[in-house]
Design a protein around this ligand. Sequence first.
Ligand code: ZN
Length: 490
Amino acid sequence: MEEVREIRRLRSIAEILEWDQETYMPKKGVRVRSELLALAAGIAHERLVCDKMRGFVEGASADAGDFVAETNIRETRRTFERAANVPTDLVKELARMSSIAKDDWVAARKESDFSMFEPSLLKLVELKKQMAEHIGYRAEPYDALLDEFEPGATGRQIEGLFAELRDRIVTLLNRVKASAKQPDLTILNRSYPVPAQKLVSRRMAEALHYDFDAGRCDVTVHPFCCTLGGPEDVRITTRYVEKCLTPSLFGTLHEVGHALYEQGLPSEHTFTPCGEAISLGIHESQSRLWENFVGRSKPFWSFHWSSVKDAFPEALGEVSVDEFYAAINAATPSMIRVEADELTYNLHIILRFEIERGLFDGSLHAKDLPAIWNERMQKMLGITPKNDVEGCLQDIHWSMGGFGYFPTYALGNLYAAQFFAQAGEDLPDLADQIARNDNQPVLDWLRRNIHRHGQRYRAGELVEQVTGKPLSIDPLMNYLTKKLTPIYDL
Ligand code: ZN
């Protein structure tokens, strides 16, 4: 494990460099910074994929019941095998092709012409298929890609969940669209002075018990959360838009949710799998839980409304808490995933999952992508992108070879709903606590049930362990239906 910790320390050094690059590094620093990052990544890879580590991985065994050793061995073996089984030439070719594809994607976006990106997308899919063959998979090559982000998940399992989720969301969305009662969204797009936004964001982060002595908040174009040195150094970023309150408000709550998970991991296991997050989906469940299930809830706003209203007297002076609550929870079809609401967001993800899986099982050809995209947007959301930038070229993920990443966002919503429903059963006073700005009990519940375990359980096992049931779409659909019914008079 000392060797494992050393490799993770090297990665942590790289993350500090990356954090600095995103926040404070002068523009011209990028040339040397990329050399430093490549060196750190190269050393970490060599230390992982070597005979010494192979010997450790093959020879390691845990005493029965020693879950720390079991977890660390299982996850170290998985990481080692995923890295060691892929030939170095293929890794290099993938890195080379990803950077070409990213340039092509940028160029294609400029012209809003998917065909300029198609050849490199095809090549990336081909290389990723080869990679999947080397890594191995359960039923289909796509499973090997999913496994990088959501260990243990399979395309078939997600297909089942998502197909049902899609149909039920579309039904609910159609009722929402048909309603005569529609929230006034313009109240969110008034003038919100940035200094006041900063104060409000800070207050919200503190209300959720984000530990500023073990973190900080800076400003970036694309907000993120990163861990630079175990639970004691977990940083977030946010962004401020003068004409819109929601990016900083809910963006901060979202990243704080990620950060609370990282700050809650057991510090005695830092730099080993027992001290790390389970998967991207579980990570996303923590951010969504705080952002949406707590941060967009009635009890939360019954406490915070007056101070937020006071912070923005011009924009919110005449607005009631009910109008504000309806606006921040509105469900409206839109083209861009990152701007989507809680309900329709999942449809954006399901679309991407179906398309990327189709590219890998051969049922879908890259050249048909824009047409299929637009057709399914129309079918699910009732809107059609007017060009490829608004449609299939909007996300960076595929240009970086990030296939299998998208499903984790919607899985995060499903996990969050199931966890939060269970927390509500375990903590009968939960709503009252949130309404009193006492967020410690729900945080303690998450610490106890999720954070402290590190990677002891796979995501699916954790859900069963915590809630007594396998992952289901019911908690999310119940939550969304219950929330949207009064807002839209359904
Ligand atoms: Zn997130």
